[in-house]
Design a protein around this ligand. Structure first.
Ligand code: DPP
Ligand code: ZN
Length: 844
């Protein structure tokens, strides 16, 4: 396969003035007529006229009305063209019903839908399918299905047809079309300049009752972007469609967002609090793309983080404004450490702005998205909130309508603030997680912190230069008061000291408050000092992190040295739990132990080979010790977690329910499942039902409840995904591979549906000790299914190969077994470009 390099970027050579498309839809033979006006790009004239096109049959093509015979390749076509402007017309045929890759135009549950990001439009017709070619689109859809949707505003419709026009120039990856027998959940929104926008959520018949939350989230997002960034919506209508078969979460097509149904449909009976929160943030994310992504798009796919990092950062801010900022930050950092750190410290490590790829779909990663958002957070911390707002205004002013680059983005900040960001830019070009170590000195009223940063080598990048690291530090007095409030230290060198003067006593430092930079902080902090910070730190993130670190260290001592659970930490945690002034959601987070994968990650960072069974056993023993120790206060905590009002998925109620869930998990270790069984029987919402079921599965006591749950929910696809996933994710590791294997034989295991496939095989990969079962059964099962899915759906297959990315850190026996499976996949004839790139990188 061919490798594409950032450094090879060249403009297309023509501008596209206008595109008009006619779709005559039929499952096996859809005809698409295109009429495209091309004009030479005076800034970048080119010789070679090449249009992308894959899996499309050309019926005929004309230039200015005269028939032409282009040279067709598997990637597209080449054609001789006139010197000036010209009109290209083509008729092609495609087969949406046979499109199992879910990229381009495909069918799902009787409806037609599209997914064009990143390079799916070329499977619809011949076109310069690159984000820097922007054009206005007019679309005519001919079909006898009742609902016919495309981008922009509706311009006409009649029996069996509809027409749409999108006045905003856009790249082809934002094109969308949906046709089906759909039901509508309508609403309206009036923008602050008084324009009325029709809002619709379109779903399959029967799902109408699951749209209200998504609609509320959409209206909140529209208001937030007006209030915070002055960004208004710019069309007469905003459509969202829920689709069952979808490779990702959702897609920000202009005026026609298409969502995985799991990322939009919710009702209290069928969705958990966590589902509701996730839906709210994905709706916001896709809506925010209207400005950061659509009005300002990316010049090429290497700039993906320009829209994704920024839009994730925006949706994170939205959630922290609507809910609890402290809780949101803790959740985001926990996710970053769980998903991005392993990527950044393994064979798949790549810069936030990658410099080469074979298949761009493999770069929709935690690094581009989540680390990309962290980089923007750092920029905001370094320049300050006011300058950040000013720079964003300038970005929207200067680049509206552009296909922009990271250089453009940074120049806006340089121009708005006068700062030189050339060193900051290394965050975009250097892969790997910097490690930050700290030494402290105390001398006569002056306290000095000396930091050293080291970024380990990553594939293709043996040497790293120092990065700018904003380090938020506060100092506590011995009595726990804030002696020096949070100060943003700006580290620019490999080793650098910062002094705090005029202190009356040696302080205790709280370092990297709010997780001010995506680094690993390496500091051997005495347990008493962590316990002190756990009790007194004014920064909620660091308070949580102190507890997390204590738990981590206690668990590592158990895993490595067979130590007993650390009673000192458990007692310190108990004092926090008893503090009723603290948000229940925060207390629930404090009760959560590090995941087993995180412990494996930390052991690896310490140079220790992780033993999945020991990690699992120690975690169990720790949770048992916590349950015993906290037993006297469980009743009180459960009472504080009680919700008396009607169900609402807001921050307050969901915080209480998550504390209640954590308490129930502890209680189940003491009562054999009695309380969980009662909660399961009485539950009138999915959060309570599922938290009870999880406890029972972990206790090995869930047979009857799993059957009851199945019977109750077998008609609901999204709830059945939970039924499949949970009994694997929460299974006893010794049984997880067999359980997963048995479920792949279940009649409802529709493996061609990405949600169902992930529910089973993804859940197996999430059961750390189960996936790493010493027989290798977990590895074999996953590889079997990846091999089976690859010819149908390369994108989802490739994404799930990352379960193997940490293979080198385990013992030689497990390494050999994982390697064998990876090599078995790599050796498969006709393996997709997606999967072959992923497996190749993982093995390299
Ligand atoms: N651009 C989509 C999103 O992140 C993913 N295809 O919203
Ligand atoms: Zn996005």
């Amino acid at each position: 396969p061919q490798t594409v390099y950032l450094s090879d970027y060249k403009p297309f050579g023509w501008r596209v003035e206008d595109v008009s498309l006619t779709f005559r839809l039929a499952p096996e033979a859809t005809r698409i007529l295109s009429r495209i006006r091309f004009a030479p790009d005076p800034a970048a004239p080119a010789q070679d006229f090449f249009l992308h096109g894959e899996d499309v049959s050309l019926i005929r093509a004309t230039i200015d009305g005269a028939e032409v015979t282009p040279e067709i390749t598997p990637q597209g076509l080449r054609c001789a063209v006139p010197e000036g402007a010209f009109t290209w017309e083509a008729e092609v045929e495609i087969a949406p019903a046979s499109n199992t890759a879910l990229e381009g135009l495909y069918m799902s549950g009787g409806m037609y839908c599209t997914q064009c990001e990143a390079e799916g439009f070329r499977k619809i017709t011949y076109y310069p399918d690159r984000p820097d070619v922007m054009a206005t689109f007019s679309v005519r859809i001919e079909s006898d299905l009742p609902v016919l949707l495309s981008n922009g505003n509706p311009t006409g419709s009649g029996d069996g047809w509809a027409e749409w026009h999108d006045p905003w120039p856009k790249p082809a990856y934002l094109f969308a079309l949906v046709t089906g027998d759909l039901r509508n959940h309508p609403d309206t929104f009036t923008t602050r300049s008084g324009k009325e926008v029709a809002l619709n959520i379109w779903v399959r018949p029967g799902d109408e009752g699951k749209c209200a939350w998504g609609m509320e989230a959409l209206k909140k997002s529209m208001t937030w972007d007006e209030e915070v960034h002055g960004r208004e919506y710019d069309l007469d209508v905003f459509n969202i469609v829920a689709v069952d078969d979808f490779n990702m979460g959702a897609m920000e097509n202009k005026g026609l967002n298409i969502f995985n149904s799991a990322a939009v449909l919710a009702s209290p009976e069928t969705a958990t609090d966590a589902n509701f929160e996730r839906i709210e943030s994905i709706i916001a994310h896709e809506y925010f793309h209207n400005w950061t992504g659509n009005r300002i798009t990316c010049r090429d796919w290497f700039q993906l983080c320009l829209k994704e990092g920024l839009t994730v950062f925006r949706d994170q801010q939205f959630t922290s404004d609507l809910r609890s900022a402290a809780v949101k930050r803790i959740e985001d950092v926990a996710q970053l450490r769980a998903r991005q750190f392993p990527e950044d410290q393994g064979p798949l490590a790549h810069p936030v702005r990658p410099e080469s790829f074979q298949e761009i779909n493999n770069f929709y990663t935690a690094t581009v998205y989540e680390k990309g958002a962290e980089v923007i957070g750092m920029l905001k911390r370094l320049v300050g909130d006011e300058a950040y707002a000013k720079a964003l205004d300038l970005y929207f002013d200067r680049h509206d309508g552009d296909a922009a680059t990271i250089e453009d983005w940074l120049r806006v900040f340089e121009d708005a603030t006068g700062r030189d960001l050339s060193q900051f830019k290394r965050w975009y070009s250097q892969a790997g997680t910097p490690r930050l170590s700290v030494e402290e000195a105390w001398d006569d009223g002056t306290y000095t912190l000396t930091f050293t940063q080291v970024t380990p080598p990553t594939p293709g990048q043996p040497d790293k230069a120092p990065q700018v690291i904003p380090i938020a530090v506060g100092l506590l007095s011995p009595n726990g008061d804030e002696a020096v409030p949070t100060r943003m230290l700006e580290m620019t060198e490999g080793k650098q000291s910062f002094a705090f003067e005029g202190l009356s006593a040696r302080p205790v430092p709280s370092i990297l408050r709010g997780f001010s930079a995506p680094v690993v902080l390496e500091r051997d902090v005495p347990a008493e000092e962590r316990a002190f910070l756990l009790a007194h730190d004014a920064d909620p993130f660091n308070r949580w992190d102190s507890s997390r670190s204590l738990a981590r260290e206690a668990l590592i001592a158990m895993i490595r040295d067979g130590a007993e659970p650390d009673a000192t930490w458990i007692d310190a945690l108990g004092r926090v739990l008893r503090d009723e002034t603290l948000d229940p959601a925060f207390r629930a987070l404090m009760l959560g132990l590090p995941t087993q994968a995180e412990l494996a990650q930390v052991l690896h960072e310490k140079g220790v080979t992780p033993d999945p069974d020991a990690i699992c056993n120690s975690t169990e023993a720790m949770a048992d010790a916590m349950a015993k120790r906290f037993e006297p206060m469980l009743d009180d905590l459960a009472a504080q977690a009680q919700v008396d009002a009607p169900y609402a998925p807001d921050a307050e109620q969901s915080g209480k329910r998550s504390l209640g869930g954590a308490v129930l998990a502890l209680r189940t270790r003491l009562d054999g499942g009695a309380a969980a069984r009662a909660q399961f029987a009485a539950a009138d919402n999915m959060t309570l039902q599922l938290s009870a079921l999880t406890c029972l599965i972990r206790a090995g006591e869930a047979r009857a409840e799993l059957d009851a749950f199945h019977d109750q929910w077998q008609g609901d696809r999204l709830v059945m995904d939970k039924w499949f996933g949970l009994q694997i994710a929460a299974a006893d590791p010794a049984e997880a591979p067999d359980r997963a294997k048995a479920l792949t034989q279940h009649p409802a295991f529709d493996w061609k549906n990405p949600n169902r496939f992930r529910a089973v095989l993804g859940a197996l990969a999430m059961n750390h000790a189960g996936f790493h079962h010493k027989t290798g059964a977990g590895y074999r099962l996953l590889a079997d299914w990846l091999l089976r899915l690859d010819p149908l759906n390369p994108q989802t297959t490739a994404r799930m190969c990352s379960a193997f990315q940490t293979w080198r850190r385990y013992d030689t026996g497990r390494q050999a077994m994982m390697k064998e499976q990876l090599e078995r996949i790599a050796a498969k004839d006709g393996l997709s470009r997606d999967t072959s790139e992923m497996v190749g990188r993982i093995l390299s």
